[in-house]
Design a protein around this ligand. Structure first.
Ligand SMILES: [Zn+2]
Ligand SMILES: [Zn+2]
Length: 365
């Protein structure tokens, strides 16, 4: 237990740093008052003097109720006036390492804006400047890349116009016909209208189940308490001008690695069976497509007869105009019936053609 000598300041004459061992101001002679604040300078050396060590370990000083003199714990009567020992003593206080008083002034928590050292402030400024430059460079690259993409896109989409002559028209009309057909199907259930033929157990899915366990080993690290240690956790103001180290104990841990065995599950796929049904069912199945087509402006639907168990499923129609351009080039336009009907062979039209091969009419027709 290292002992160090504290200091105190005289509140009567203002003298600072009076040695802890003095019970009177060495300048004005005023007695060290009750509740004086003892403090311990950072560089205080360890006390080795036996007499001083005895004083330090004797206990807190007491204050004479009659004359105010400060007396050592061992004194039974006031050394100044002879009055009997009083119960008024200097307080014994404990401080954690970070709160040891280093001056007579009571520490004040600093408030208000904290200042950044100039060197750090400067380096921050230069950093953000550099960042800005990099950002601008990056924006530039994006702009160049974007304009490149726009250029390429324009090249492929900006149409060119050509003059072409209508060389022909075509139309095609289709009717899809379905027939009610008896099918044989199998499934995990029989749908409405199905006629059951047979049923059997089949594998429907697989389930992961634990087959067995394998014994394996692995390394496990653990924090293990191996004992306790005593360390200096602060200072104790002994109330007599001296301070001693405050000791605390704490647990000491060590990381230990050991080999552990464990059971590792091994899985297998277990088939799950279910009943599969084979049944007959009548469904509408595409049977044929009736087509009519021609090159004149009088389109008509194909003529057909529906047999027993047949029905018309859907109709579709396609209308095209063919153009002859220059240098033997030909173009095809697919149009809705109303517009298609306004074209006649031999007419001249302006077409827009993009580089992807798309053809459009340049004018309103
Ligand atoms: Zn003084
Ligand atoms: Zn006294």
């Amino acid at each position: 237990m290292a002992i160090q000598e504290g200091r105190w300041d005289c509140s009567t004459c203002g003298t600072k740093g009076i040695l802890g061992r003095y019970r009177e101001c060495d300048n004005c002679g005023a007695p060290r008052p009750e509740g004086v604040r003892f403090y311990l300078p950072e560089n205080a050396s360890e006390v080795m003097n036996a007499e001083q060590l005895a004083i330090a370990k004797a206990g807190a000083d007491w204050i004479c109720e009659y004359c105010g003199a400060s007396n050592r714990a061992k004194e039974e009567n006031c050394v100044e006036c002879g009055a009997p020992k009083s119960k008024v003593t200097q307080a014994v206080k404990e401080y954690s390492s970070s709160n040891v008083p280093r001056s007579a002034a009571t520490p004040v928590m600093s408030s208000g804006p904290s200042t950044i050292p100039t060197s750090i402030a400067r380096s921050r400024t230069s950093q953000s400047k550099g960042k800005g430059k990099g950002y601008r460079w990056w924006l530039g690259m994006v702009a160049i890349a974007a304009s490149g993409i726009v250029g390429i896109t324009l090249f492929f989409t900006l149409p060119m116009t050509v003059e072409a002559t209508v060389s022909g028209l075509s139309w095609e009309r289709k009717v899809t016909i379905e027939r009610l057909t008896t099918l044989t199907e199998s499934d995990w259930s029989v749908p409405a209208g199905g006629r059951l033929l047979s049923q059997q157990q089949e594998i429907r899915s697989y389930e992961k189940v634990i087959d067995r366990y394998e014994t394996k080993t692995r390394q496990v690290s653990e924090k293990v308490k191996v004992g306790t240690e005593t360390y200096t956790c602060g200072k104790r103001d002994l109330g007599n001008g001296f301070f001693e180290d405050k000791k605390c104990t704490r647990n000491v841990y060590q990381t230990k690695t050991r080999t552990e065995t464990y059971e590792d599950p091994v899985y297998r796929e277990e088939p799950v069976y279910d009943t599969k049904y084979t049944y007959q069912i009548d469904r509408w199945v595409r049977d044929r497509v009736e087509v009519a087509s021609g090159g004149t402006k009088q389109p008509y639907w194909p003529e057909f007869a529906l047999g027993a168990n047949e029905r018309e499923a859907r109709r579709s129609q396609t209308y095209q105009v063919f153009f002859a351009g220059q240098k033997g080039k030909s173009y095809t336009l697919k149009l809705d019936p109303g517009l298609w009907n306004t074209f006649d062979p031999g007419e001249s039209h302006t077409l827009k053609i993009n580089r992807m091969g798309g053809v459009k009419l340049a004018e309103n027709h």
